[in-house]
Design a protein around this ligand. Structure first.
Ligand SMILES: Cc1ncc(COP(=O)(O)O)c(C=O)c1O
Length: 384
């Protein structure tokens, strides 16, 4: 049987979960006002860095008394910086339900060598966050990018707690509501939901996190790139855009453009609506097909950014090679780039649905997934 190709192709085949698709209105011309060849400490550089912090605060609704910094090394840099500065003062609880959360567990247990209570759940599931002790410090990832499982809300975290919560929100920020009163440290990277460039991360600190920084010094050495205090006081300049080291003025301009675009689509509410609409297209598809399902078992934890799917057809002989063949075929056709599941995750597809992706492109992609699936089933049968 010849499987006919669908008539419509996605206009933009970029469905990667990071770096993510740039805003639909992006062209390289958007960067023409970048302060290239200028010092980031000159007025123009400082102004732009401050605008990035202010724009982030405005769109994400970060409270006025929370500090926001632009830091090196993307989300990883921001989250490592938080853990290395803040942890060790009290016992730690680590929650992980996919690869990135598991990476933070490794750092805390094997590098910082802290005694930690570790809570894990398999891919597709989530840790019961009500069972953690929030008088200890708690580290977790809001949206598990490699499993497509996210926190349904922050209700499990008590607003009155003695410990700090450290939240890796890199694939959540700008797509879902983050309850600031439940989060003491929040990190994300520019390359994720707004489709920015890599290299820089954002570190958002609650007043209690700042208090910890000013009253606790970890027993291990901190490299300059991680240092947020001097003489027991917060280095306030870092939170006004006086970055620890030199930032990329090109990436900065790109982030400013993305923030402007985000505002133009209605800010956080608009971005969340776009992501939700994208997920809804995939939900409609999955509902009507026997051979594909979400990796996330509970619909209330289903991510609307990193949407992870698994093939469930009993005819499939080797799940990993089947899923790879489907994503390779879509890539070769120029229909969808980078939608194979993450290397440590169960085999399947991962389709980025954050706000920079157009619903019409997700809708155009769907018939192509079915097309590639049917062709690979046939190929498998022919080879048998
Ligand atoms: C949940 C999560 N944490 C951390 C990272 C690492 O981000 P970066 O490479 O920007 O440091 C990623 C990247 O995909 C992620 O999804």
């Amino acid at each position: 049987m010849v499987v006919p190709q669908p008539a419509t192709r996605p206009e933009n085949p970029r469905f990667s979960s990071g770096p993510c698709a740039k805003p639909p209105t992006f062209t390289v011309d958007a960067l023409r006002n970048a302060a290239l060849g200028r010092s980031h400490r000159a007025a123009i550089g400082k102004e732009k860095l401050k605008a990035a912090i202010d724009g982030t605060r405005e769109i994400l609704g970060v409270p006025d008394d929370y500090r926001i910094a632009i830091v090196p090394a993307s989300d990883t840099g921001a989250f490592e910086m938080a853990m290395w500065n803040l942890l060790g003062e009290r016992p730690v609880e680590m929650a992980a339900w996919e690869s990135f959360g598991a990476g933070w567990v490794t750092d805390v247990v094997k590098q910082l060598r802290l005694e930690a209570k570790v809570y894990t759940a398999d891919y597709g599931q989530i840790v019961d966050m009500t069972t953690l002790n929030y008088d200890n410090d708690v580290c977790f990832t809001w949206n598990g990018t490699t499993s497509g499982v996210r926190m349904p809300n922050g209700d499990a975290i008590p607003p009155g707690r003695d410990g700090l919560t450290l939240c890796d929100a890199t694939s959540a920020a700008f797509a879902m509501e983050l309850p600031w009163d439940r989060l003491d440290v929040t990190t994300f990277s520019w390359q994720k939901v707004l489709g920015g460039e890599a290299a820089h991360g954002m570190l958002i600190l609650s007043p209690r996190a700042v208090e910890r920084l000013e009253n606790y010094s970890p027993p291990w050495p901190l490299p300059k790139i991680f240092r947020l205090t001097k003489g027991g006081k917060l280095i306030e300049g870092i939170f006004r855009g006086e970055t620890i080291n030199t930032p990329s003025m090109l990436a900065l301009e790109d982030y400013l453009f993305a923030l402007d675009w985000a505002k133009s689509v209605g800010g956080l509410a608009g971005l969340a609506e776009r992501a939700n609409a994208n997920l809804a297209v995939i939900e409609d598809f999955v509902k009507t097909r026997e051979w594909i399902d979400f990796l996330a078992i509970d619909a209330t934890t289903r991510s609307q950014t990193s949407v992870c799917l698994k093939f469930t057809d009993p005819r499939i002989l080797d799940g990993a090679s089947f899923a790879k063949a489907v994503s390779r075929r879509l890539d070769t056709e120029g229909i969808a780039f980078d939608i194979g599941s993450y290397r440590d995750a169960p085999p399947g597809l991962r389709i980025w649905c954050g706000g920079t992706v157009e619903s019409s492109d997700i809708a155009a992609l769907i018939p192509w997934i079915e097309w590639a699936f049917l062709i690979e089933i046939e190929a498998q049968q022919a080879a048998a």
